[in-house]
Design a protein around this ligand. Sequence first.
Ligand code: NAP
Length: 261
Amino acid sequence: MDLQLKDKVIIVTGGSKGIGEGISRCLAKEGAIPVIASRSVTESEQLVKELQGEGSPALFIAGDLAEPGSCQMVVAQTISRFGRIDGIVNNAGVNDGVGLEKGSPEGFCSSLNKNLHHYYDLVHFSLPHLKKSRGAIVNISSKVALAGQGHTSGYAAAKGAQLALTREWAAELLPFGIRVNAVLPAEVMTPLYAHWLNTAFEDPDAKKKEITEKIPLEKRMTTKAEIADMAVFLLSPRSSHTTGQWIVVDGGYVHLDRSLT
Ligand code: NAP
């Protein structure tokens, strides 16, 4: 299937590690131009160099998206280099464990800033360009928004709000033909996931085994390439009548009958 993404300029936040890396690679393979907005300088420079070596004009824009003004800067630099924006993948985030009992109002606000505010800011500042291109938006949320995790109120609130904003923006942007969808991963081995396993559990390998045994389809984690394939399809005109959707890519982990595992 030709995804018709050749030369489309797509901003991917956190696009050089984990799920974001998978999305940037998949976009480049489809002939699109990934613009990686991230604070991971070494990984981003390496990835962009690799993609450029394969003929992609991929671009890295360094910065912490939680800092005021950074999303506006990302949009300005993208426009200055390519003159257009065809899509946004809001992906950067961190499960920072700001809980209800073990947390604070300040910590909760800070978590929303790291996980939610830049999703809004980037789309807000890109909008004039997305209107011109009739672009598409993909928000990477999480199963935590549907199932909870415990001890991570800020992250859970941000992930839930991302789902609400997916519907809200899909409605607001109907007149411009801009489609907005969300992808919800559950268990994907990435640097963030590995950090969570290694810090939250005494025996990370045993915990990983316990989790994967409960994943109905093939008793394995979802790969970042599988998340990327869905995100890139949703960015492409081949999903031209799909908007406002929450797509759970998790081997049936959240929704299938427990008795199947
Ligand atoms: P990851 O391995 O930590 O990669 C995320 C990338 O984004 C990193 O390069 C990170 O930089 C960067 N980043 C984070 N916050 C940033 C900020 N404020 N400004 C600039 N760059 C920032 O994470 P991942 O597991 O791929 O997760 C990606 C998305 O998927 C997140 O929204 C997460 O909630 C969601 N998700 C993941 C899973 C999973 O199983 N992995 C499950 C459900 C949802 P640093 O390395 O400096 O932090």
